[in-house]
Design a protein around this ligand. Structure first.
Ligand code: BMA
Length: 336
């Protein structure tokens, strides 16, 4: 692809709606909770074997510390059954890295382990790091501890080994900036072979400043499809919007296509206003029985959980039209 495409006047571009908000959004908020708390947002999601949907919600208490709580629904939309007590609490005695809470879980079902792997942010005195836990039932959890030391977050495990190794996507803060990396491990405990996957752009771009993976990537025949958040700092705040990128199936650090524009942004009142304004932050999705419809669960303004529907086929088609290859010269030209 060439560098001129991006300079097409925005007036001739037709923006497509890729994700449609559920009309009764938000689907979950503090008023639904069976116990006292401040707010609920940024939930991991998965389909259970019986077809029902499980959300692992980040719940922030009135100290400002977060824990995780399960909500289940037969249709993934309403009639949520919420655990009466916190499901997964920080354990600072045994895991000092959890002293300031646990946040933003991403769930991956791992067929080889017959378990769900949860990558979450453990908020330590040294800053946020990435921890892993395994569970079969979202009642008992086996902690593997910190796998990426601070400052690091926005992590998810890929569901299968790549060339014999487990792969974890995450977002370390490095002197280079807030970019998305992937690391590999033979045993889920020892991690190395760190590779840069996707960089924040610069200057005026919507995803300048910071990027991070949002939900775990979606495996498609064309590659790993990633919904990522981009942060644009403005004089008054930061805006969290969502974009798309596609990565090679067997070499996931290789970005095949990256979308230019964002494709979902805070617009509704519950996304624009809350504890943190102008935030859409998905940590999970489920795919419907048709294999194409994607239900995206996202935190809205750090104050509630909302739902939007899309189509994997349409996301891939959009990337073909609105994306560029991320290689060498072209990328440097466009980001200058
Ligand atoms: C990010 C994460 C998210 C949060 C977002 C907006 O850095 O901490 O948990 O939703 O900021 O506050």
């Amino acid at each position: 692809m060439n560098a001129t495409k991006v300079s097409v006047s925005p007036t001739v571009m037709q923006y497509e709606t890729l994700f449609h908000r559920y009309s009764a959004n938000p689907i979950l908020s503090g008023k639904d909770w069976p116990y006292s708390m401040n707010s609920v947002f940024n939930a991991g999601a998965t389909l259970l074997p019986d077809g029902s949907t499980l959300l692992l919600c980040r719940v922030e208490d009135r100290r400002g510390l977060s824990h995780l709580c399960v909500a289940r629904s037969v249709n993934g939309v309403d009639k949520w059954e919420i655990d009466r007590q916190p499901t997964f609490m920080p354990d600072p005695e045994n895991h000092p890295e959890e002293i300031w809470g646990i946040e933003d879980p991403r769930i991956t079902y791992v067929p080889e382990l017959k378990q769900y792997a949860i990558a979450y942010t453990s908020y330590s005195r040294g800053g946020p790091g990435v921890s892993l836990a395994l569970t079969k039932d979202f009642r008992d959890f086996e902690r593997l501890g910190v796998v990426m030391s601070p400052d690091d977050k926005d992590a998810a495990l890929l569901p299968r080994r790549i060339n014999g190794l487990w792969a974890l996507i995450h977002r370390p803060m490095t002197p280079l900036g807030a970019h998305i990396w992937i690391s590999y491990s033979p045993d889920l405990r020892h991690w190395g072979n760190h590779k840069l996957m996707l960089e924040a752009r610069r200057g005026a771009w919507w995803d300048a400043n910071k990027i991070g993976m949002s939900p775990p990537p979606i495996e498609t025949s064309k590659g790993w499809l990633m919904i990522y958040h981009g942060v644009r700092r403005t004089p008054s705040s930061s805006i969290y919007r969502l974009g798309l990128a596609l990565f090679d199936l067997e070499q996931p650090e290789k970005c095949l296509i990256r979308g230019d524009s964002w494709m979902f942004a805070p617009e509704a009142e519950y996304e624009r206003h809350g504890d943190v304004q102008d935030v859409v932050f998905p940590c999970g999705y489920t795919v419907a029985a048709d294999g194409d419809t994607i239900n995206l669960y996202y935190g809205a303004a750090d104050s509630s959980i909302a739902l939007a529907h899309g189509s994997i086929r349409s996301l891939l088609a959009w990337l073909d039209v609105n994306g560029h290859s991320e290689h060498g010269h072209d990328r440097r030209q466009r980001q200058r």
